[in-house]
Design a protein around this ligand. Structure first.
Ligand SMILES: *Cc1c(COP(=O)(O)O)cnc(C)c1O
Length: 395
């Protein structure tokens, strides 16, 4: 089954007004998602917030099952959060770090995660080891293996799809190695969820964080966290409230047994319903079909851009995704973005994949620091891509 492009465009109001190629930033939401959000806000207006939540209780509970199905998890292994960074941090900050142990990360680890890990490293006297890239820019699994064999590893953190690079890291292989070594594996799937199938069993991750607004096409301010049931008990949440725990005994408390121990009580019910609807929408289309369409459009964009003499495409990797990064000789990325925006073509700028400007990276610096990032989704069309490339050719 393939994606019915005309149908998904009919279900996406935004495509009438813009050529949206900033799906790695925030996708256009399907009308069903926005209707779920606005519909619930209306009910809050009409009957009261608690009453509206009660009315939607089954649907709110269903959000956990929808998200769980999306990644092959159990509903009790899912927590909902307001953003991907916080979801990731709630699990990682809760890890029982032993001083002078090591944390292994890839070179393309998300910058926000790196800051958090440095914070944790200062607090817990940890060493952060940055794994080498292989010749394709992927995390070098053999280097990972050597470091795992050296031992003293607290956890391995990997970003599945970096925010500015076409590549998809070999998460399954990393998962296999971590499992064999008995080391916790934390996967940042914020850019992969919604553009490809994900299954936590085959990925072998113990923790996975995803955000709502990017390729999943959910509302902003929504995210989720997966924590494998078998490691839940090891992770005592760094923050507790009356939702994640209850007072117990004299002066004591009892933490919830499921992944909702990482949540806080007050939240946007409307946002959650939108997230659940977005997960259902992706599942209805089928993530295999989504991935095929996204990868195909991205390859079209890469090859058409590569045929323009002034353009350099920077993407690395073997299996590639919907994120395409490029630069145009003599024109900086910000200027290109502004000029495209004037024509209602949305792209973003991002740190160059080859530029070790990320907080962890060291090495030779070459070329522009910032590149144009055009990220396609299944609702984009071949014609939209030609419009973008046509404009770039004229500049
Ligand atoms: C966007 C992003 C995040 C953070 O998600 P937020 O919802 O913005 O907190 C984490 N990792 C990667 C790779 C991202 O692209």
């Amino acid at each position: 089954m393939s994606v019915d492009v005309e149908e998904v465009r009919r279900q996406t109001r935004g495509v009438l007004g813009v050529i949206h190629l900033n799906n790695a930033g925030s996708s256009l939401v399907p009308s069903a998602v926005m209707d779920a959000v606005v519909g619930h806000l209306r009910r809050e207006e009409e009957i009261g917030g608690y009453e509206a939540a009660e009315e939607a209780a089954d649907r709110l509970e269903g959000v956990y099952s929808s998200v769980a199905r999306l990644i092959g998890a159990g509903p009790n292994e899912i927590a909902l959060a307001e953003n991907g960074s916080r979801a990731w941090a709630m699990a990682v900050y809760s890890f029982p770090f032993v001083p002078r142990t090591r944390v292994l990360i890839g070179r393309t680890e998300y910058a926000g995660n790196v800051v958090a890990l440095r914070h944790l490293a200062h607090r817990n006297d940890l060493q952060i080891v940055v794994l080498d890239d292989d010749p394709h820019g992927l995390v070098d699994v053999e280097h990972l293996q050597r470091e795992l064999e050296r031992g003293n590893v607290a956890l391995v953190a990997l970003t599945h799809v970096p925010m500015a690079n076409g590549l998809v890291n070999p998460a399954e292989e990393v998962g296999r190695r971590c499992r064999a070594a008995g080391v916790m594996f934390v996967l940042d799937a914020c850019q992969s969820v919604g553009q490809m199938p994900l299954d936590v069993q085959s990925l072998g991750c113990d923790v996975l964080a995803g955000t709502g607004r990017k390729f999943l096409r959910g509302p902003r301010g929504t995210a989720f966290l997966y924590v494998r049931a078998s490691v839940l008990e090891r992770l005592e949440p760094v923050l507790l409230d009356g939702h994640s725990a209850v007072p117990a005994g004299v002066g004591g408390f009892e933490v919830r047994g499921d992944a909702r121990r990482f949540e806080s009580w007050e939240t946007s019910a409307a946002g959650r319903l939108g997230l659940g609807r977005a997960a259902d929408y992706a599942l209805e289309l089928g993530l295999d079909a989504v991935q095929e369409r996204v990868a195909g459009l991205a390859e079209q964009l890469r090859s058409e851009l590569a045929a323009v003499p002034s353009v350099t495409v920077h993407d690395r990797g073997i299996t590639r995704c919907g994120i395409v990064t490029f630069s145009v000789k003599g024109i900086d990325a910000g200027t290109i973005r502004t000029r495209l925006a004037q024509r209602r073509i949305n792209v973003s700028v991002a740190p160059a994949p080859f530029t070790p400007s990320g907080p962890v990276l060291t090495g030779v610096q070459r070329g522009p620091e910032v590149v144009v990032r055009a990220s396609v989704h299944y609702y984009n069309t071949e014609t939209e891509i030609q419009r973008l490339v046509g404009f770039i050719r004229q500049t």
